[in-house]
Design a protein around this ligand. Structure first.
Ligand code: GN1
Ligand code: MG
Length: 388
C-alpha cells in the first residue's frame, strides 16, 4: 500500500502528503521506541530540508514536543556514527552554555535516546530514525531579510565554532570528502562518464562553468592538504534555515548537526555567505534577482569576525572571501551533478529543479567573482577592527 501511495505522490509531486500518509501508518510505532514524555497528539511533516524527512511530534500540555527524522541512509552511510558525533558535540556545547550561564534547554539540541539507550532506531525496513526535543518559541528563516539578522547569524556561527574549539574527541566523517573539491571532482568525472540520465549533452555550457574553474579550486584545496588552512570542528551546512533565532534576533541554537565534522572553518563562512548574502532564492528562475549583497556580506562577516578574528590564522582570514566562491562553486557542481545523474541526491519539487538551482547558484558565483575585490577589502577592514 505504501508503495502505491508513494508512486502516486511522486507522480503528482505530493511529497508532504506522502509523508503525512506514511506518518499515520507507521510513525506512532516508531516514536514509541524513543524515550519521550507524554502522549503523542499529532505528527506532521516539517521544514524544507533537502535530505532527511522531518516531522514534528506534538504531545499534550506540560510535556515537550519533539522532532523526529528519518535520516537518509543513502547519503549518510553510517547513521549510528553520525548520531554519536551529534551526541558528543551537543554534550560539549551543553557544558559551555551552562558555564556561560545560558539556558541549555533552549540553546543546545537535545538528542532523545531510544528506550534501550541507543541514539537512533532502525525500523523493520532498515530505515534509521532519530529524535530530538523541539525548541518552542523560536524563529527560523529561509532568507536573511536585514543586515542585522545576517550579523547575528555570523555571531552565532562564530560562537558555535569557538565553543567547539576545545572539543578534541575524534569525529566520524559522516559524508566522505563533503567539502573536499578533489573528492567532488572524482564524483563529477564519474557522473559525466556514466551519463545515467542521458543529460550530459544538453548541459554542455553548464559543464564548462565547472571545468573552467577546476584548476583554481584544486589549488585552494592544496592549502588544506599542506596544513596552511587548519582543520577545526565545524558545522558544514550553515544555511540560514539551519539556525534558530530568538525573538530579539539573537542566534539561539544551531540545528541540523548531521554534518558536524573536522574540516576547515572556512566552509561554514562560505556556506553561510552563499545563503545569507544571496539577493535571490537558492533556486530562483529569475536570474536578475540573484547576486551577492555587499551589505549582507559585510554584516555577516562583521558578526563572524567579532567572535573569531582573534582565533583564525592569517591564512584563514586571507581566504575567507574566497571560501564563499569555493562553496558556491561546489554547490553549482553538486546541483548540476545531481541533475546529470537523474536527481537522486537532493529532494526536488519539479523536473528540472536541480538544473534551476545550479543556474541560480552559478549566477551567484559570477556575482561574487565580480565583487571579489570588495569582499576581500571588507574582510581586511573587519579583521583589523577586531584584531586591533
Ligand atoms: C542540503 O540538509 P539541508 O537541506 O540543510 C545539503 C547541503 C547543501 C544544501 C543546499 C547533507 O542541506 O550540503 O548545501 O542542501 N546537505 C547535505 O541547500 O548534503
Ligand atoms: Mg543538512
Amino acid at each position: 500500500m505504501n508503495l502505491v501511495i508513494r508512486a502516486v505522490c511522486a507522480i503528482f509531486a505530493l511529497r508532504p502528503v506522502f509523508l503525512y500518509l506514511y506518518a499515520m501508518n507507521d510513525l506512532k510505532n516508531i516514536i514509541s521506541h524513543f524515550a519521550t514524555e507524554g502522549e503523542v497528539c499529532s505528527v506532521a511533516p516539517l521544514g524544507e530540508g533537502f535530505i532527511n524527512d522531518t516531522f514534528i511530534v506534538r504531545t499534550g500540555e506540560g510535556t515537550p514536543d519533539y522532532i523526529l527524522q528519518r535520516k537518509n541512509k543513502s547519503i549518510f552511510p553510517d547513521v549510528e556514527s553520525m548520531m554519536d558525533n551529534i551526541a558528543k558535540v551537543t554534550a560539549h556545547l551543553r557544558q559551555k552554555v551552562e558555564a556561560e550561564g545560558g539556558d541549555p534547554a533552549r540553546e543546545v539540541l537535545a538528542v532523545v535516546p531510544t528506550r534501550d539507550g541507543k541514539l537512533c532506531f532502525c525500523d523493520q525496513a532498515g530505515e534509521y530514525w532519530a529524535m530530538c526535543v523541539y525548541i518552542a518559541d523560536t524563529l527560523a528563516y529561509s532568507k536573511a531579510d536585514t543586515p542585522e539578522l545576517a550579523r547575528m547569524g555570523g555571531v552565532g556561527i562564530g560562537r558555535f565554532q569557538s565553543q567547539l574549539a576545545d572539543f578534541h574527541s575524534p569525529l566520524a566523517e559522516t559524508i566522505k570528502g563533503f567539502h573536499d573539491i578533489r573528492h567532488r571532482f572524482e564524483q563529477w568525472d564519474e557522473t559525466l562518464k556514466l551519463d545515467r540520465a542521458g543529460r550530459v549533452s544538453a548541459v554542455a555550457s553548464e559543464i564548462s562553468w565547472i571545468e573552467s574553474r577546476r584548476a583554481k579550486m584544486l589549488e585552494f584545496r592544496k592549502l588544506v592538504d599542506d596544513g596552511t588552512i587548519p582543520l577545526r570542528v565545524t558545522h558544514n551546512d550553515t544555511k540560514i534555515s539551519n539556525i534558530l533565532f530568538d525573538r530579539s534576533g539573537r542566534v539561539l541554537c544551531v540545528i541540523d548537526l548531521d554534518t558536524v565534522m573536522t574540516a576547515p572553518a572556512l566552509n561554514d563562512f562560505g556556506d553561510a555567505i552563499r545563503s545569507y548574502a544571496n539577493t535571490g532564492a537558492e533556486d530562483d528562475r529569475d536570474l536578475s534577482r540573484v547576486g551577492v549583497s555587499m551589505p549582507m556580506f559585510e554584516a555577516y562577516a562583521d558578526g563572524y569576525l567579532s567572535e573569531q578574528a582573534r582565533t583564525l590564522t592569517q591564512s584563514e582570514i586571507d581566504y575567507l572571501a574566497f571560501s564563499a566562491l569555493y562553496i558556491t562553486y561546489e554547490q553549482v557542481l553538486r546541483f548540476l551533478m545531481d541533475y546529470i545523474d537523474g536527481d537522486h541526491y537532493y529532494k526536488t519539487a519539479y523536473a528540472d529543479h536541480n538544473l534551476v538551482r545550479a543556474r541560480a547558484q552559478y549566477r551567484l558565483l559570477e556575482s561574487m567573482e565580480e565583487n571579489y575585490d570588495a569582499m576581500c577589502e571588507a574582510i581586511s577592514a573587519l579583521a583589523a577592527k577586531y584584531r586591533g
